[in-house]
Ligand binder design. Structure first.
Ligand SMILES: NCc1[nH]cc(CCC(=O)O)c1CC(=O)O
Length: 294
């Protein structure tokens, strides 16, 4: 009997491919009867590197081509960094599985061979969330936008343009570049982006994906739901400085949030704790508190 073949779609960046391969390995471990094939695609967000994301149309750009391929049946599933997924996901392309989360933290990376930051050079960061938190951690340092995939950013760092970069630990770890971490920020020093460290598998509505349930981690799924409920309530497009980090321990969930009013620029941070199960409700309560509505 020939094996059932599953075509997995991914962005073509090295990190995206590694993440897709991780997911494929996990599926194969549980379902050796499946044959898995990887197909990579260039997305609009990967092609335009000289503009900040909010100027070219936001997070949706990274998923549009993969969504189309999924709808048209060119691929059977797609694998994404949850952090890069828009808050609104089309009903016909549901998020099916959330594999176990990697560390969610942000880290500081220095140019190769340096032990500390060089004064007079900016810290590279292109996320408003990182920028506002960096300004509090390093009030004397300037910031400058940096885009491109992780390796491109690191080569700009090593060529002397920046004193340091802030990146997600998860991306560096998966690229086997975690030896470049100089400082890992605690989730209180730098509240992570919603979904940071979480991968997600997307598919078509109405199809049988029972073979995916084995890689779904309920903890990652619930943390993702809480973080995304917080951001959705605050309507965080990718230009708003918003951070959300949910952490499940036993029956409890703790959610940390960062919200900055785009009009006044005033940032509020806080946390809330409660029973697991009520995660989205807790996240919304926290969002209301930070917004001054509760
Ligand atoms: N925006 C790019 C992106 N999307 C996901 C990750 C890291 C992996 C993850 O968070 O799961 C990164 C790189 C970074 O922010 O340093």
């Amino acid at each position: 009997m020939s094996k059932k073949k599953i075509i997995v779609g991914s962005r073509e960046s090295k990190l995206a491919v590694i993440q897709s391969e991780l997911v494929m390995e996990q599926i194969k471990a549980h379902h050796p009867e499946l044959e898995l094939e990887l197909v990579t695609m260039k997305t609009t967000g990967d092609k335009i590197l000289d503009k900040t994301l909010d100027k070219i149309g936001g997070k949706g750009l990274f998923v549009k081509e993969l969504d189309r391929a999924l709808r048209e049946g060119e691929i059977d599933i797609s694998v994404h960094s949850l952090k890069d997924m828009p808050m609104e996901v089309s009903e016909d392309l549901p998020l099916l599985a959330f594999p176990k989360r990697e560390r969610p933290t942000d880290v500081l990376v220095l140019p190769k061979g340096r032990k500390e930051m060089e004064k007079g050079k900016p810290i590279g960061s292109s996320s408003p969330r990182r920028n506002v938190q960096l300004a509090a951690l390093y009030p004397d340092m300037e910031q400058k936008s940096v885009r491109g995939n992780v390796q491109t950013r690191l080569s700009k760092l090593d060529s002397g343009e920046y004193s340091a970069l802030v990146l997600a630990y998860a991306g560096l770890k998966r690229l086997d570049l975690d030896d470049r971490v100089s400082r890992e920020f605690t989730p209180d020093e730098m509240i992570p982006a919603a979904g940071q460290g979480i991968m997600v598998v997307q598919g078509r509505l109405g199809e049988d994906y029972s073979w995916l349930s084995c890689i779904d981690d309920p903890r990652a799924r619930e943390e993702a739901a809480a973080e995304r409920a917080f951001v959705t309530y605050l309507d965080g497009g990718c230009s708003a400085p918003i951070g959300a980090f949910a952490e499940i321990e036993g029956d409890e969930i703790r959610i940390r949030g960062l919200y900055c009013d785009e009009g006044t620029g005033i940032c509020e941070r806080g946390q809330i704790q409660g029973k697991r199960g009520d995660a989205a409700e807790l996240a919304i309560t926290l969002a209301k508190q930070l917004k001054g509505e509760a």
